[in-house]
Design a protein around this ligand. Structure first.
Ligand code: SAM
Length: 290
């Protein structure tokens, strides 16, 4: 493996580093994140007081600049200018990876348009952390962020995902958890498998697996657990494999050998399989003639 380890002095000028920070457990900060945060000219943060505490815990002192949803457009122009003048900066959010349901998209898009270097410093993100321990399929998944707050809109979004075969991942807050679980049950059905991940990497970390109905019942019965931060993961739609009329050949042949009339065999199999009468009837005739 190539050794790309860099010393803090290897920070490049005119570069913005996108630095992931812990989602609960401070020990999840990476060596590179510490190096970069300790070396850049400034750190742009969603909530400067929150980030100040994180930097203090790592004995890092850097100037902090606020960058949140409400000032991102204007702030991005200022940061672009400073980077173009040769400064280096870091972007962090309150927890996890910036831009993943956190500010930064506008800034990174602008920097890319202006050919300013943007370097990711990877680390925790709730979506990947949750999937890594849930035991649901991860070969394909769809990250859906937060479901809409309004019930009508929430149901509409879920309806658009009803037949999606990928694992669905949602972020959720405790005060909307029960409404969202209820909406999942209404649209995706009570039997669909899911896992609710709560307070990951923190003292009360919990994974609640089961059908949507079971998970809903668990939180209804344990209101004290409707607290903290949640990731909801729902198994994708698994269509029942359609059976073909030909799948009943053995049964048909055996009934024909007993000289049962074609109509009776057809009726028995339609009842038994739930398949279309026409398909079964033609297959019985075919086998009778062969
Ligand atoms: N940027 C973050 C990331 O990379 O995951 C996500 C920020 S988003 C504003 C916050 C949401 O992420 C929470 O409401 C929750 O759904 C999820 N989340 C963050 N930390 C979590 C944790 N420790 N356990 C469970 N969910 C968490």
């Amino acid at each position: 493996m190539e050794n790309n380890s860099q010393s803090p002095s290897a920070i490049n000028s005119g570069t913005l580093y996108i630095v992931a920070t812990p989602i609960g457990n401070l020990k999840d900060i990476t060596h590179r994140a510490i190096e970069v945060l300790g070396s850049v000219d400034w750190v742009a943060a969603e909530d400067t007081r929150h980030t100040q505490k994180l930097l203090q815990a790592m004995a890092i002192k850097r100037p902090l600049i606020s960058l949140h949803d409400h000032n991102e457009q204007a702030r991005s122009e200022q940061l672009l200018e400073r980077l173009q003048q040769g400064e280096s900066g870091a972007l962090v959010s309150d927890a996890g990876t910036p831009l993943i349901n956190d500010p930064g998209f506008h800034l990174v898009k602008l920097l890319r348009q202006q050919d300013v270097k943007v370097v990711p410093i990877p680390g925790p993100s709730a979506v990947i952390t949750a999937l890594s321990a849930a035991g649901l399929p991860t070969d394909r998944f769809s990250y859906e962020g937060f479901l809409p707050a309004k019930n009508q809109k929430r149901l509409q979004v879920l309806e658009s995902l009803q037949t999606d075969t990928r694992t669905l991942v949602f972020y959720e807050s405790p005060h909307r958890l029960m409404d969202s679980l209820q909406a999942l049950k209404t649209v995706l059905g009570e039997k669909r498998q899911m896992v609710a991940a709560r307070e990951m990497t923190k003292a009360f970390e919990q994974f609640v697996p089961g059908s949507i109905e079971e998970v809903l019942r668990y939180f209804t019965d344990h209101p004290d657990k409707v607290r903290g931060e949640f990731v909801l993961m729902v198994m994708g739609d698994v269509a029942e494999p359609q059976q073909e009329a030909g799948d009943y050949d053995e049964l048909i042949v055996s009934m024909l050998k007993q000289n049962l009339p074609v109509k009776q065999i057809t009726d028995i199999l339609v009842d038994y399989s739930g398949q279309k009468k026409k398909a079964i009837y033609s297959r019985v005739l075919e086998l009778k003639g062969s």
